[in-house]
Design a protein. Structure first.
Length: 604
């Protein structure tokens, strides 16, 4: 068992508060996010750091936002709210400190894929970056004059796609983008006042180079560049003309390296290393042999971060703590939570969350477990399967798991073959055979548990999954129906081939890229659950969003029709819930409560 088992405490009104979509101001002195204390009811929460690392924290709005709102904090504490819609986006400005905080409309923008980027200039507070219907890039400046106004940038050319956006100065004038060419990426410099763009000069201009981070005060740049046939991080010490220096010490680390921030003086890099269920943070310098681990509590770190003179500000989550901002003192490698929410782990524990490595048919399988040391003996034990398939359960806060655990259900969340963060070979084990090796792992674990529980007279296992995890749950349930008493699937599809036929071009490209389907949309080695529906003889719950753009609701209706035709409803409970939601009904459902439905189903 992992010794980093964490107690979790559910007292206090903020414990179930889910936080997503974190944004920092350019300097890192302000931050904002979306927060929901009840499922589907999203508001704005903000932080301000003044003279110390003890932030002021405000909840600025009621539950009036959606999961698609982008809350961008400005350097004076105001917050830009980009409320996105289908092609038309509304930009609002909110003053959290006002006696009655109210969002005032700045204007509307017609674009696709619109996103906000904070600006270092006091009178140019942000950029809005999007594209037109043909995929050409569009940019708007949000300027204070004296109130925010939207001003289009007169681009001289319209590159097909501008990605990233890294400031090259402290005046908010020059921005570096990565331009996607026909074969590779090319970095370009854009003057946002005139709309003129030009190719960068020097070593950073090499084809295949992408600019990732900058220290606008020192001029240092961090790049990802193709050298010797592989992707490496490189350092340009004082702008685009400096020789590139590399980080050989990163090539030997096991795990996924993600750069977070450059130090204010431009001499050090902070990065996170994701391996298995957890994240770690390190600092290093180019052309040095060592990396330095920064002390922090076990959990998962998001990519959004700022390195300020007061320390490295990160967003961290753990099973006992919803996502929140922490300031790490990288000099002595210690961390300091940013709010009282982070201190709940110090209170009396109610139960434990931990990780274990379980036996599998080919190799060990890491799993996150809710239910303490005796989880195998819990009266109700639920196997939860993650989506993806190239994804994984992480050691972070999961409001669904918390509610299930509080109701008395123990949870086993395994990272079977096909999961991310365990190496390329492990992740690629299911390429060309979705529902094959990963199903074998799930059934191996389930049979071992059934053999352990059966002599004690304990009930059968329960099973759930979302998206790809829903498909895998269906395959596992149909392959060995005697193992399960309940199966609940969310946003599931019935086979890779049926999904390919019903889905958008983007989803089809995804299926081909991960070899879920061949070029003609067939999946020879992946089962179609409709053909196995007669074996789905356990209690069954299907939940699907009416506006799911990833897995169309036709997939759920196809499954439901097969169940009604081939399973005797008088012998088991069959439920089908269509909800006003997209691909993740647990997060963005409006009206019906899918979590409450799941709780009633499993506890019924």
């Amino acid at each position: 068992m992992d010794t980093s088992a964490l107690p979790h405490d559910t007292s206090g009104p903020d414990f179930y508060a889910e936080r997503i979509s974190f944004f920092f101001s350019h300097s890192g002195a302000h931050a904002a996010c979306l927060v929901a204390r009840h499922p589907g009811q999203w508001g704005i929460q903000s932080w301000t750091w003044a003279d110390s690392n003890e932030p002021e924290c405000d909840t600025a709005t009621g539950a009036t936002e959606t999961v698609y709102t982008q809350p961008m904090p400005l350097e004076d504490g105001r917050i830009l709210l980009l409320r996105t819609g289908p092609g038309t986006h509304e930009l609002f400005c909110l003053e959290p400190k006002a006696p009655t905080p109210e969002a005032h409309l700045v204007g509307t923008i017609q674009a696709r894929g619109l996103r906000l980027l904070p600006s270092p200039a006091p009178l140019q507070v942000a950029l809005a970056i999007g594209r037109d219907e043909l995929g050409n890039s569009l940019i708007w400046r949000v300027v204070d004059n004296p109130k925010p106004q939207i001003v289009p940038v007169p681009l001289k050319r319209h590159p097909s796609q501008l990605t990233g956006g890294i400031w090259l100065d402290t005046h908010g004038r020059t921005l570096a983008f990565n331009t996607a060419g026909h074969e590779t990426t090319v970095p370009v410099s854009l003057n946002v006042l005139t709309g003129d763009d030009s190719a960068l000069e020097g070593p950073v201009s090499e084809r295949g180079t992408r600019i990732i981070l900058s220290s606008s005060q020192s001029g240092a740049l961090l790049l990802a560049t193709e050298t010797r046939g592989r992707l490496e991080l490189a350092w340009s010490e004082s702008g685009t003309s400096s020789p590139l220096r590399y980080f050989p010490q990163l090539q030997h680390l096991k795990g996924r390296v993600t750069p977070l921030a450059l130090s204010p003086d431009g001499t050090s890099l902070a990065f996170k290393l994701d391996q298995g269920t957890k994240s770690e943070i390190f600092t290093c310098q180019p052309e040095q042999s060592d990396v330095h681990r920064v002390d922090m509590c076990p959990g998962v770190v998001l990519q959004e971060a700022r390195w300020t003179p007061s320390g490295l500000r990160i967003v961290r989550s753990a099973p006992n703590q919803p996502s929140t901002i922490e300031t790490l003192n990288v000099e002595n490698r210690a961390h300091k939570p940013a709010s009282a929410v982070s201190n709940r782990a110090k209170r009396k524990a109610r139960s434990q969350v931990h990780t274990e490595w379980l036996d599998g048919p080919e190799e060990k399988i890491e799993a996150i477990i809710y239910g303490g040391d005796a989880w195998r003996e819990a009266p109700k034990l639920l196997l939860a399967l993650h989506g993806g398939p190239n994804s994984a359960w992480r050691f972070d806060f999961d409001p669904l798991f918390q509610r299930l655990s509080e109701s008395g259900i123990a949870i086993l969340a395994p990272n079977q073959r096909g999961s991310s963060f365990y190496g390329r070979e492990y992740q690629d084990a299911i390429r060309g055979g979705w529902g094959g090796p990963d199903r074998d792992d799930i059934l191996y674990i389930a049979r071992e548990l059934a053999n352990f529980r059966r002599p004690m007279g304990l009930p059968q296992l329960m099973l759930t999954g979302t998206s790809y995890g829903g498909y895998l749950a269906l395959v596992a349930a149909a392959s060995s129906p005697n193992l399960w008493s309940h199966c609940a699937v969310f946003s599931a599809f019935t086979s890779p081939s049926s999904l390919y036929a019903a889905s958008s071009p983007g989803v089809r490209s995804f299926l081909r890229r991960l070899e879920g389907c061949s070029e003609d949309g067939t999946a020879r080695y992946s089962p179609d659950v409709v053909d196995m529906a007669k074996q789905l003889s356990m209690n069954f719950l299907i939940v699907h969003g009416l506006y799911d753009e990833v897995v169309p609701i036709s997939e759920a209706r196809r499954l439901w029709t097969a169940l009604l035709e081939r399973v005797a409803p008088q012998e088991v409970a069959l439920q089908f819930l269509e909800v006003d939601a997209g691909h993740d009904p647990m997060v963005d459902s409006r009206g019906k409560d899918p979590v409450g439905t799941l709780l009633n189903f499993l506890n019924g």
